[in-house]
Write a new protein. Structure first.
Length: 567
C-alpha cells in the first residue's frame, strides 16, 4: 500500500475484503490502523483451508502496514491438546509468517470474560438455565416458528449471579446448567434465541490447568477476544455470517471496542475433506498414518510430501477471496507445486520399475562418468558426475516387444538416446520361459555417441533415463495418490459414509534404484526424478535406506487446461 510513495502505480485492492479495509484506512477508521488475527481452535492440525485464512490475515496485515495476532481459541478443554498448539505455531511459521510478540490464548482472558458475564447477568441480559440439551431443543423451536421461553428465563439477577458463582466454584456436575444470553426467542436466527454463554466442564485445560470448571462458548469468547486485542477487522469464513448478529450484540451490550466482522468463502478442495473432526477420524481409525501422513490435506502432511510454503501461498492467491462457496480443483494445487519445484528442484536419475539393460560391446569392468545437468531452469546449479557401466537399469515401460504407433522408446532393432550418456540399439531380449515376461535387454552402443549426440547427425527420436546397476542405490519410494475416489467425498450415497470413498490405491510402496548421490539426502530435500516427477526425502530416511515420497507427477492437467483456454 506504500507504492505511491515509491513513485509506482498502485493496483486497486484485489478482493472485496481488501477494498473494504482500504476504504476504512482512507476514512481514518481505527486511526488508520489495521489489526487482524488468525484464531484456530487447537483441537487438531491445520489443513490447506486454514492456510488460505493464514495467508489472508497475515497477508493483509503486511499489505496495510498492520499487525496480525496468532491466537489459540482454547475454550474447550475436552478436545484441545498442547501437541496441537505446538503444531499450529510450527505450521504458521513454516508458511512464512511471524506473529512476533502477538501470540495469545483465549484462556488468557478467562477472568475478564467471566467479569463480562457477570455484567450481563446484573443487567438482566443473561440467566442460568437448568434445561437439558434435549429439553432446550424443544424450547428453542425452528426458524419458521418462535421458540418458548425457558422456565428459568425470568429469575432475578441476584439469584442468577449466585448460581453462576456456584457454577464457577465447582458445585454442579457437567451439564447441570448453563448460562444463557437473554435475547429474542422469536428471532428467525436461532443463534439469537438465548444462546449459551458458559457451560460446566470439569476437565483440565492445556493452558490453565484446573483453574476453571466453567468455560465460555466460542460465540461469547470470540468477540471479547477480538475486542481486548484491538482487532480492527475480524475475518471469518461464511459459516460465521449467521453468528455475526450475536457477535455484534455481545460487543454492543458490553459497550467495548467493536471490530468489523467480514465473512468470506472457505476453501473447498476436490478429492479432499476439510473437517478437522473427520480428519481426526481418519487418524484415530488408522486409515492414515498420523496427522502428517502425506495423503492428508494438513499443512504438516503437505510439508512431509514435499510441498513448499511458496507453492501453498501461490495457491491461496490463485484461489482468491470471494463470497461464493465453490469447489476448487485439486489440480490447481498440484500445478502450483509443480510450477514452484520446476524452478528450484535439482534433477536426479532414478528408475521406479527396473528392467536390466546390458551393453554387450561395452567393457565389463569399465566405468566412466557423464556430466548431468542439476537444473536446466537454473544455470547456476551446475552439473554433477553420474557413473556409467556395462549393465544399467531402465524403466520397464520404456521398452516394448511390439511397440504401438508413436512409441519412440526402446524396442527390438531400435535406437534410443540414454540421457547424458550415449546411443544404444536393442539387439536381443531375454524372456522368462514360464511367464514370457522380458527380464533383460541386450544392446550395443555407438562409442562415437558419448554425451548423447549422433556423430553422423541421424535423428534419434527417443531419450530415456537410466542408472548404473553397479552403482545404483536401492531406495524406498512411496507413491501417493489422492486420498478419495470422488471429487466430493461428503456427497455420499444412501447408506454410505465418506470412508467408503477412500482410495485403496492412495499409497503404493516400491523399491526403486537411484544414482548414488541420493544415498545421503537430507529430508526434506525435494528432487525431480527425470521424466518421473517430484520426490521428497522423508524423515524416515537413513543412509542405509533412503525413503522418498512422491510429491507430484510431471503431468500437469491444470496447465494444459489453461493453455486450451488461452487458445
Amino acid at each position: 500500500m506504500n507504492a505511491e510513495r515509491n513513485g509506482t502505480q498502485v493496483r486497486p485492492p484485489a478482493d472485496f475484503i481488501r477494498r473494504r479495509i482500504a476504504a476504512d484506512v482512507a476514512a481514518g477508521r481505527n486511526a488508520g490502523r489495521v489489526v487482524t488475527r488468525f484464531p484456530p481452535e487447537p483441537n487438531g492440525y491445520l489443513h490447506i483451508g486454514h492456510a488460505k485464512s493464514i495467508c489472508l490475515n497475515f497477508g493483509i496485515a503486511r499489505e496495510f502496514n498492520g499487525v496480525c495476532h496468532l491466537r489459540m481459541d482454547d475454550t474447550n478443554p475436552i478436545t484441545e491438546e498442547q501437541e496441537y498448539i505446538a503444531a499450529i505455531k510450527r505450521d504458521v511459521k513454516w508458511l512464512g509468517y511471524d506473529w512476533g510478540q502477538r501470540f495469545h490464548h483465549a484462556s488468557d482472558y478467562f477472568e475478564q470474560m467471566y467479569n463480562y458475564a457477570e455484567t450481563l447477568i446484573q443487567r438482566g441480559l443473561a440467566y442460568v438455565c437448568e434445561l437439558s440439551p434435549e429439553e432446550w431443543k424443544e424450547y428453542r423451536g425452528v426458524p419458521e416458528r418462535p421458540g418458548r421461553e425457558s422456565p428459568y428465563r425470568n429469575r432475578p439477577p441476584q439469584e442468577n449471579l449466585r448460581l453462576f458463582r456456584r457454577m464457577r466454584a465447582g458445585e454442579f456436575p457437567d451439564g447441570a446448567m448453563v448460562l444463557r444470553a437473554k435475547i429474542d426467542m422469536a428471532s428467525p436466527n436461532l443463534h439469537l434465541r438465548d444462546p449459551v454463554l458458559y457451560r460446566i466442564i470439569h476437565s483440565p485445560h492445556p493452558h490453565t490447568g484446573d483453574r476453571w470448571c466453567i468455560y465460555p462458548t466460542y460465540d461469547f469468547a470470540h468477540p471479547i477476544e477480538d475486542s481486548i486485542e484491538g482487532i480492527t477487522h475480524s475475518l471469518c469464513t461464511l459459516e460465521f455470517e449467521v453468528h455475526r448478529p450475536l457477535y455484534d450484540w455481545i460487543l454492543d451490550q458490553l459497550q467495548i471496542h467493536h471490530p468489523a466482522q467480514i465473512e468470506f468463502a472457505r476453501l473447498n478442495l476436490s478429492y479432499t475433506i476439510m473437517s478437522k473432526r473427520r480428519l481426526q477420524e481418519l487418524v484415530e481409525g488408522g486409515y492414515v498414518k498420523g496427522w502428517d501422513d502425506p495423503r492428508m490435506p494438513t499443512i504438516a502432511g503437505l510439508r512431509r510430501r514435499g510441498y513448499t510454503p511458496e507453492a501453498i501461498r501461490a495457491f491461496a492467491e490463485r484461489v482468491g477471496i470471494t463470497k461464493v462457496e465453490s469447489m476448487s480443483d485439486i489440480a490447481l494445487l498440484e500445478h502450483c507445486i509443480r510450477d514452484d519445484l520446476n524452478r528450484r528442484a535439482p534433477r536426479r536419475l532414478a528408475v521406479l520399475e527396473p528392467l536390466r539393460l546390458v551393453i554387450d560391446n561395452y567393457p565389463e569392468d569399465a566405468v566412466e562418468e557423464f556430466s548431468a545437468v542439476n537444473n536446466p531452469e537454473d544455470h547456476s546449479a551446475g552439473t554433477r558426475p553420474v557413473p556409467f557401466s556395462r549393465e544399467l537399469f531402465i524403466e520397464r515401460n520404456d521398452f516394448r516387444l511390439d511397440p504401438p504407433k508413436k512409441f519412440h522408446r526402446l524396442a527390438p532393432g531400435r535406437e534410443v538416446r540414454l540421457r547424458y550418456a550415449c546411443i544404444v540399439r536393442c539387439t536381443d531380449v531375454v524372456r522368462d520361459p514360464k511367464s514370457g515376461d522380458v527380464t533383460e535387454i541386450h544392446c550395443t552402443f555407438d562409442p562415437a555417441s558419448r554425451g548423447g549426440s549422433a556423430p553422423d547427425g541421424r535423428r534419434i527420436r527417443g531419450t530415456i533415463h537410466w542408472v548404473s546397476a553397479r552403482h545404483a542405490v536401492p531406495i524406498e519410494v512411496r507413491l501417493y495418490d489422492r486420498l478419495f475416489t470422488r471429487p466430493d467425498p461428503l456427497d455420499v450415497e444412501d447408506g454410505k459414509t465418506f470412508l467408503d470413498y477412500l482410495n485403496p490405491d492412495s499409497l503404493r510402496t516400491i523399491t526403486a534404484y537411484a544414482e548414488p548421490s541420493l544415498r545421503n539426502t537430507v529430508p526434506p530435500t525435494v528432487y525431480q526424478f527425470e521424466r518421473l516427477g517430484y520426490f521428497c526425502a522423508d524423515p524416515d530416511s537413513s543412509p542405509e535406506r533412503p525413503v522418498f515420497n512422491r510429491t507430484a507427477t510431471l503431468r500437469d492437467s491444470w496447465a494444459r487446461l489453461e493453455k486450451q483456454a488461452a487458445r
